[in-house]
Every structure is written in structure tokens, then in C-alpha cells.
Design a protein. Structure first.
Ligand code: MG
Length: 400
């Protein structure tokens, strides 16, 4: 096959539902042949655009679009320092786009190119939240009525309800929560929902790293009787060594990793079997090439995948998640926040949820496109991020 070269690499910024999304488009020497990739770092969108357009475009111009692995290594090493979130997202945008191009050339959906389907569709978990226990139970039932069999339950969002926090004078502004109250309420929540539902539905919970390491041990033990599908992000990447403590004291299944961007944050957790599910944000680790290697690494140790799938992943990134889910032998579960109407119009070909399962379409590559004219009608907002300014009762900042 004659060489098909990279002609242009650009970043498209759009916010169809108010969340900044970054999609990379790689154009080739063949007119009309291009690929799309997710580079969504919603809170530093302009920094990613700068790396893509001011550094990667000139670096990649004229290179053979077929050589994905070589181009991945080139992008990873070119600026000497590596494994940061901005560069990893920029790498992911190009990487996914090159896989998309390869699929289009082969006339195969990505799942075929990567070895074919291990399953028909990806089972998902949805998010049930609420201000009261009754409201959460109603939301759980709504999802069950829609055929969803895995449901994440939270009482009052990450870190729990924020009323009645005992604070000193003159505390700074921020998103306040009380870690001890949160732990007590989360145990109450599981008692209440299990009493209502019994054990024929899978329940999950996301701690979002909002408790101290020793409290993480306590919570994992206290939740053990409720047979969670998994307990998510109970420790921050900086505190990974504490997983040994949790593991030695209870059998609550552990999922971790949506903040990871350096392989050193996960390799010892996998080889020592300290977690049960890896749940990275695949653009944050460098795209499909990196995620496929990570999934195969996890497979050797009996660890399953649960790729991050919230609103701050673009539909292109969701499509990449689903193609990997279909292929990987050790798929566990897929987080699914839903793709809302405006995003569906901007991104034709998005994956579809039916009866608790998400399906990729069978078009070549990622099977998804972008309507650039429509995307331009939803500009991104660049402003200081508020929700990450989380504080505990005495006013100190804590990981969000
Ligand atoms: Mg999470």
C-alpha cells in the first residue's frame, strides 16, 4: 500500500452540554481520509490545544500514518519530560485518530482490528444520587426498570451531604464536606438500599478520594457485608501503598485509577493484585495504544477493566472505551454517564445504550464523526474550576 502521510493535526474545542471537550482531527494525504481522537482534559483545554497544534502538528507533518506505535513513542519522548496529563491527552487525540484512520483503511470497526469481539455489548453502570434515601431508592428503581443491572449509589454527591458542617470562623470559600459524616451516611445508605433491593442488583460506590487513608480502610471493611460490585477511588494516586492494608483486612472489591497518568502509579497495584478493576481515563494515559497494553497487562493478574466514562470524556472517547470493552477478555464494567442530545447531534455515530448494555456501531474505525459547524456553535468556557476546590470542615483543601 502506498504511504499515507499525516497532513494536518488540529484540535477542535466544543462544549455541547456545557462541559469542555477536546477532539483531535488528523487529516491525511488522501483527500477526505481523516481520523478523530479524544484529548479531553476539560479543565485545561487550551493547554492541550496548544500541544496538539503548536508542537505535534509540525512534529508529525509528512510522517507515515500507518506507524501508530512509532508515532506514539515519538510524541511521548519528544519533549523529554513525559507522563503528564496535558501531554498524555494530546498524545491520545492523535493516537485514537490514527487507529480510526487504520480502521477506515482496513474497512473494519476498531474492535475487529484489535482482534474481534469477546462479547456482544458492554454492560454499564449508571449513577443514582439524591438528597434523601427515598430519592436515591427511587432513582435506583428507575435504572432497574430500564434494564440496568449495575448501579452506583451516592448520598448527596461526592463526599456526601454538606449541611450542618461544624466550621470555625472565616473559612475560605469552597465545596465543603465532612469526611466522618460522609462515612457514617454511606454505611446507612447501603443498609437502606440493600434492605429495599436485596442482593439481585449490583451496587457500586465512588469515594472520590475524599477520606483519609485509615478511614478508607474502615469504610472498605464496614461496607463488606453489602457485597459491592466495587468501591471506587478510595485512595488517591499518592497513597497507593495503603491498598495493602485494605486488602489484608477485607474482601470488598476495589476499583481505582481515574487520576492515574504514569505507569508507576499502577504497576505495583496490578502485580501485587491489590486492586480488582483498573479504571483509567484512557485519554489521560495516552489513548488506545496505552490502554490496550494496560488491559493486557491486567489480564495476566486477573484484574478487570472499568474505563472512566463520565461527562468529561467526549463521545469519541466513549466510542474508544466501548471498542476496547468489546475486545478485551478481562472487561469488567463500563461507566456510562449518558450522551445527551446536543452531543449526539455534534457527534453522529455515538455508541448507544439499550437495556443496560452499550453497543458500538459497525462502521469502520471508531465509527463516529464530528459536525464541525455545529461544534463551533458550542464554544468552551475557560474559567477557574470550582468543583475541585474541596475543603474539609476546618477550611483545609482536600483532594477533589
Ligand atoms: Mg469516579
Amino acid at each position: 500500500m502506498p504511504n499515507i502521510t499525516i497532513k494536518k493535526v488540529k484540535a477542535i474545542l466544543t462544549a455541547p452540554v456545557g462541559i469542555n471537550l477536546i477532539v483531535v482531527k488528523v487529516e491525511t494525504s488522501v483527500p477526505g481520509l481523516y481520523g478523530l481522537g479524544c484529548a479531553t482534559f476539560a479543565y485545561l483545554e487550551k493547554a492541550v490545544k496548544c500541544v496538539v497544534e503548536d508542537y505535534f502538528d509540525p512534529l508529525l507533518h509528512g510522517r507515515d500514518a500507518a506507524n501508530i506505535e512509532d508515532i506514539w513513542q515519538l510524541m511521548n519522548n519528544n519533549s523529554y519530560w513525559r507522563n503528564g496529563p496535558v501531554i498524555n491527552n494530546a498524545i491520545s487525540g492523535v493516537d485514537m485518530a490514527l487507529w480510526d484512520i487504520k480502521g477506515k483503511l482496513a474497512n473494519m470497526p476498531l474492535y475487529d482490528l484489535l482482534g474481534g469481539k469477546s462479547r456482544s455489548a458492554a454492560a454499564v453502570y449508571r449513577h443514582a444520587d439524591g438528597k434523601t434515601l427515598e430519592e436515591i431508592a427511587e432513582n435506583v428503581q428507575k435504572f432497574r426498570d430500564q434494564g440496568v443491572q449495575h448501579i452506583r449509589i451516592q448520598w448527596g454527591g461526592y463526599g456526601g451531604k454538606s449541611e450542618n458542617i461544624h466550621r470555625p470562623d472565616a473559612v475560605p470559600q469552597g465545596i465543603y464536606y465532612d469526611p466522618k459524616l460522609y462515612i457514617r451516611n454511606t454505611i446507612k445508605l447501603f443498609e437502606y438500599i440493600r434492605n429495599k433491593t436485596g442482593y439481585d442488583v449490583e451496587l457500586l460506590h465512588d469515594t472520590h478520594e475524599r477520606i483519609s487513608p485509615i478511614d478508607a480502610v474502615v469504610l472498605a471493611k464496614e461496607l463488606e457485608p453489602f457485597r459491592l460490585f466495587f468501591l471506587e477511588d478510595i485512595l488517591s494516586p499518592e497513597q497507593g501503598d495503603w491498598f495493602r492494608m485494605i486488602r489484608s483486612q477485607c474482601s470488598t472489591p476495589i476499583a481505582n485509577g481515574e487520576l492515574y497518568n504514569n505507569p508507576k502509579e499502577w504497576d505495583f497495584l496490578i502485580t501485587n493484585r491489590l486492586i480488582d478493576f483498573i479504571r483509567v481515563h484512557i485519554s489521560q494515559i495516552g489513548g488506545i495504544t496505552a490502554a490496550r497494553k494496560l488491559a493486557i497487562f491486567c489480564e495476566q493478574f486477573g484484574i478487570r477493566t472499568a474505563w472512566h466514562g463520565p461527562g468529561d470524556v467526549s463521545p469519541v472517547g466513549h466510542a474508544a472505551n466501548i471498542h476496547l470493552d468489546l475486545v478485551c477478555r478481562n472487561f469488567g464494567i463500563q461507566e456510562w454517564s449518558g450522551i445527551r442530545d446536543a452531543s449526539l447531534e455534534v457527534f453522529p455515530g455515538s455508541p448507544e445504550l439499550r437495556n443496560g448494555y452499550v453497543y458500538a456501531n459497525d462502521k469502520p474505525g471508531l465509527g463516529i464523526d464530528i459536525n464541525e459547524e455545529l461544534a463551533a456553535r458550542y464554544p468552551c468556557k475557560t474559567e477557574p474550576t470550582g468543583w475541585t476546590q474541596t475543603r474539609i470542615p476546618d477550611g483545609a483543601l482536600y483532594t477533589p
